[in-house]
Design a protein around this ligand. Structure first.
Ligand code: PMP
Length: 454
């Protein structure tokens, strides 16, 4: 029949762009959101899924009736399951166990086999969803690993679809594209296309507190990842699917900001989108506020609120996870320590000078800060000792090569309850705001604060 599509796969793409009205009030910039959550399997990953399957078939890796295997937080899985249903493949997905019930149920509804893996282990750990997907793909006859984190096909799919679509839909009049980054494939692919056609267009990545991308971007350091609740964005490693050289700016948001904004987007703008959409808009607003100029900012809304009805849009879940209510923040904790300035070292300080500072103040690690308060990392007593004992170095050399990254990085808005899990894993938490170090929190600072704020 005229006007009908042959299969649902032809519906993928061409999502609307809508101007924000209320949540962006008062900004000099105008913010436009791209409703990727309206795609047929529920997210922007539908674009990727079709592309990954096409490439696997073209390269001969996937044959009729074969099995598609993937490590997914849910959306790539849904896209792949839709393609598999239409084209007659089987699907097996390994997922981190922090994903919402709705995502697991959605994939099972499509007929996929889903295996949940612990969220809190390193990607290389054999129990992680990454390792399990690799193992299953190697052991299952006729199986192909979609491999979104490691294939250039990820960014390529957005370069070919979302990039041109954004450019023509905006008539090239966009000054910035803002997106949360998980694999980073969406921003890398669509962003590369936009940069080629409009070099001045800024690419702004939004990363959740707890992920490793932000610190790497700011200071080049591999800091410690720690648990956060927003799904689909942030990482604990640096996947090749993302090209960090393309990114012009990175903004950090915490779970509360993400979820509060996701709820505002529903209630104030009528947009039925999920937690990472809240993250992207919250990040875009911070970016716009800092620049304070008239410009057009486009933000991607990756998936739908329907995937988070039991979490982000459920007060009980928010309360259970310490994401509602007025508990203290890192800012409160720093204020309660006021009077005590943060002692720091400079990258060109000598080992002798740093040892003297540690001795004088009775401390065993110092943040290393360069010009304009730029954070370089930390220097710890144990590293200085190893350096001297192994005979590699002497007292009059600089500390530059001893700077390390065994810290977690938080913002002044991070909740104190989250700090407890952060400091269970990292030696110290460094607090940064607008690229600058604004404080340092040790386990004893936290104990002290909690003893006074039971
Ligand atoms: N938001 C959600 C809900 C997602 O599932 C994903 C994909 N992991 C993203 C954002 C980020 O997309 P990308 O992996 O392309 O960076």
């Amino acid at each position: 029949m005229k006007g009908a599509r042959q299969t649902v796969l032809e519906v993928v793409g061409e999502t609307p762009l809508v101007k924000l009205q209320r949540v962006s009030a008062g900004l000099a910039a105008e913010i436009f959101v791209k409703l990727e959550y309206l795609q047929p399997a529920g997210s922007m990953k539908d674009r990727l899924a079709i592309h990954l399957v096409d490439e696997a078939v073209e390269s001969g890796r996937l044959e009729a009736g074969g099995t598609i295997i993937e490590a997914t937080s849910g959306n790539t899985g849904a896209g792949l399951a839709m393609v598999a249903a239409v084209r007659g493949y089987k699907c097996v997905f390994a997922m981190p166990d922090k994903v919402s019930y709705e995502k697991v149920a959605t994939l099972r509804a499509w007929g996929a086999r889903v295996i949940l893996c612990p969220s809190s282990v390193d990607p290389e750990d054999p129990r992680s969803h990454f390792s399990l997907a690799r193992k299953l793909a190697a052991e299952t006859p006729g199986a192909v690993l979609a491999n979104q984190y490691f294939t250039a096909a990820n960014a390529r799919s957005y370069y070919r679809t979302l990039g041109p679509e954004l450019f023509s839909q905006t008539g090239g009049e966009l000054d910035a594209l803002v997106a949360g980054i998980g694999t980073g494939g969406t921003l890398t692919g669509a962003g590369r296309y936009l940069k080629e056609h409009k070099p001045a267009c800024q690419l702004v990545a939004v990363d959740p507190v707890g992920s490793v991308y932000y610190d790497k971007f700011r200071s080049g350091r591999d800091t410690r990842a720690f648990a956060y609740r927003v799904e689909g964005i942030g990482e604990e490693f640096h996947p090749p699917s993302m090209d960090p050289k393309l990114i012009d700016e990175m903004v950090r948001v915490d779970d509360r900001e993400c979820f509060a904004m996701a709820r505002d987007l529903l209630r104030l703008e009528g947009l039925f989108c999920g937690g990472s959409s809240g993250a992207a808009v919250a990040g875009a607003i911070k970016y716009a506020r800092a620049r304070d100029r008239k410009e057009n900012i486009v933000v991607l809304l990756p998936d739908s609120a329907s995937r988070y009805l039991s979490t982000v849009f459920n007060d009980e879940w928010l309360r259970d996870n310490g994401l509602l209510g007025g508990d203290g923040t890192v800012r409160d904790l720093l204020e309660s320590k006021s009077g005590r300035t943060t002692i720091t070292a400079r990258p060109d300080d000598t080992v002798r000078h740093v040892v003297q500072t540690m001795k004088q103040h009775g401390i065993s690690q110092l943040p290393v800060v360069g010009d304009n308060d730029r954070l370089f990392g930390i220097i710890a007593e144990v590293d200085v000792l190893r350096h001297l004992v192994t005979g590699e170095g002497h007292f009059d050399g600089t500390i530059e090569h001893l700077i390390e990254s065994d810290y977690a990085s938080v913002t002044p808005e991070t909740r104190v309850d989250l700090l407890q899990s952060v400091l269970a894993e990292a030696k110290i938490a460094l607090v940064t705001e607008d690229r600058k170090l604004v404080g340092l929190i040790t386990k004893i600072d936290l104990i002290d604060y909690l003893s006074r704020h039971p």
